[in-house]
Design a protein around this ligand. Structure first.
Ligand code: F6P
Length: 535
């Protein structure tokens, strides 16, 4: 079948499913739970509360097959130039593969170098943790300040928040924003003698990171002898010559075939390896590698990233639902929505196909979220009763530390999924009001406000425990889901030209700021705003 025909089939199936009630599907198809739930790399996935019927699901699967997903997946793992606008591979699976693997990027072997950097990271992280690697005055490091933005920040922050001990021996602080307040807050209370700065930038040209790294260097230089300063200043980059020129005492490298938002498996997470210890970091890599094997080996219809991608495509393109909310029911995963915003929207928020022609349909939805149960008390009102249907995703952790049970969290997550699907009719709402003593007039007045349309889809991802392994698997699951969607929309998920124009214009505005007046290139609105700000 051609992709064109498969899209038409999916759209027709979705039109029929739009009228079906999800809750009725369990009786109509007694096998629904068995084909819509699966286990992968320690995660349990339940897509049975999605809107598709069996026919809709089969149509989505045919679409994946028609888009040649299997050969595109093979190209990803073979290190072909899947990032076609930059002529690069996107080989993040090589970074988490067991030692001794044999990955190639554009035909050149890379695994030996990956293993070497990993060994170097391990040695350094352990030396910092044990106090062998010290600052200029011989004192052990107590805090790592990680400077980076976007992909050089969001992943390490997520890992640290998810896995950090409550009272860490070495604390981590993160600085990303060019707002000097961010740096000031991070450095407050720190002693330069026991502080290690890790500046992370794939390109080592990112304005925010360079400004912050300069500020951190000045802060160190004001307190430490010049001779030992470089012991406190480490760079992580794919442009080692720039990091060395900047004054980094030591540089950990990664390659241009690692996309920024896929770089948390590399030395970009050196700070986490220091703060958490190598064994924990290795467990994180191992969990992702297990999910990679699942993605490569499981049949399409039992493949977790494939099914999650298809559910999203069914919602976005079949049922015209252009948003999705992600609610991790675990405080430790509170950074997951922010991480996914970059992963999914920077990867797939695009309107042209790989050949440059318009996609002609909706691509990446707007992804947003908050941890549960906080989100319930903020925007869930709209998810339950707003006219727009917002598919929801619940990430549920049975136990964060393996001992305590997080049942108040699960109970809420399960109840939300149930409420979204079941809803409440006006007749039910009215009967409840009458039963609670309301008059007929009052019941008639209030019932519409207490009615829930229901039939709103959700996905549940269960993690028995939040461990380094399950966290690694969860993130790899989302990465491959994002990749599969890119294949089906036929877009390049690995470039990000959309962020460039704003960067270029910001440089021009900064020149105007230095000149003290708006330049001739500015439109009247922007010029007037700048004039006010300059005043
Ligand atoms: O502006 C977007 C971006 O290019 C992201 O793709 C990237 O993760 C981030 O900036 C940071 O880039 P770098 O790691 O080169 O500093």
């Amino acid at each position: 079948m051609t992709p064109y025909a498969a899209w038409a089939e999916l759209e027709a199936a979705a039109r029929r499913d739009a009228d079906a009630r999800i809750v009725d599907q369990f009786a109509a198809d007694p096998d629904r739970l068995s084909w819509m739930t699966l286990d992968a790399a320690g995660l349990h996935l339940d897509l049975s509360k999605q809107s598709w019927t069996r026919t809709g699901f089969e149509a989505a699967l045919s679409l994946a097959r028609a888009c040649d997903l299997e050969s595109r997946r093979a190209a990803l793992f073979a290190g072909e130039a899947v990032n076609s606008t930059e002529d690069r591979a996107a080989l993040h699976p090589a970074l988490r593969a067991p030692a001794g693997a044999d990955f190639h990027a554009l035909g050149a072997p890379v695994s030996a170098q990956v293993d070497a950097v990993r060994a170097e990271m391990k040695l350094y992280a352990e030396a910092v943790r044990s106090g062998i690697e010290t600052g200029a005055s011989g004192r052990a490091f107590k805090t790592v300040v990680h400077i980076g933005i976007g992909g050089s920040d969001l992943g390490p922050r997520l890992i640290w928040d998810a896995l950090r001990p409550l009272d860490p021996e070495i604390d981590l602080r993160f600085v990303s924003n060019i707002d000097s307040r961010d740096m000031a807050e991070a450095l407050t209370g720190l002693d330069p003698e026991t502080t290690l700065i890790v500046a992370v930038s794939k390109t080592f040209t990112t304005h925010e990171t360079l400004v912050n790294a300069e500020a951190a260097k000045a802060w160190l230089a004001a307190a430490l002898p010049a001779a030992g300063l470089d012991r406190h200043f480490i760079g992580v980059t794919a442009a080692p010559e720039r990091a060395a020129a900047f004054g980094c005492g030591r540089v950990f490298g990664f390659n241009d075939w690692v996309g920024g938002r896929y770089s948390l498996w590399s030395a970009v997470s050196l700070s986490c390896a220091i703060g958490l210890g190598w064994q924990t970091f290795q467990g994180f890599l191992d969990g992702a590698a297990e999910l990679d094997r699942h993605f490569l080996e499981a049949p399409m219809e039992r493949n977790a990233p494939v099914l999650m991608a298809l559910a999203q495509i069914y919602n976005v393109d079949g049922l015209h639902r252009p948003t999705r909310t992600v609610a991790p029911y675990a405080h430790a995963l509170r950074r997951l929505p922010a991480f996914l915003q970059q992963l999914e929207m920077e990867s797939n928020g695009k309107g042209v196909r790989r050949d440059g022609s318009p996609v002609g349909r909706q691509t990446c939805p707007v992804v947003f979220g908050e941890p549960g149960t906080n989100g319930q008390h903020a925007f869930f009102q709209q998810i339950h009763q707003g006219p727009q249907v917002v598919p929801a995703e619940f990430v549920i952790v049975a136990s964060t530390d393996g001992t305590s049970s997080e049942s108040p969290l699960w109970a809420n997550a399960l109840a939300q999924g149930q409420a979204l699907m079941q809803g409440k009719t006006e007749v039910q709402a009215r009967a409840e009001l009458i039963a609670s003593g309301a008059s007929d007039i009052e019941a008639d007045r209030l019932a519409p406000h207490r009615t829930f349309s229901g039939n709103r889809p959700s996905t549940a991802i269960l993690m028995p425990r939040l461990t380094p392994r399950t966290l690694g698997a969860l993130i790899a699951l989302y990465e491959h889901k994002t990749f599969v969607e890119g294949v089906i929309w036929d877009i390049n998920s690995f470039d990000q030209w959309g962020v460039e124009l704003g960067k270029v214009l910001a440089r021009a505005v900064l020149k105007d700021v230095a000149a003290g007046e708006p330049g001739p290139g500015l439109d009247p609105s922007t010029a007037a705003l700048l004039t006010r700000l300059l005043r």
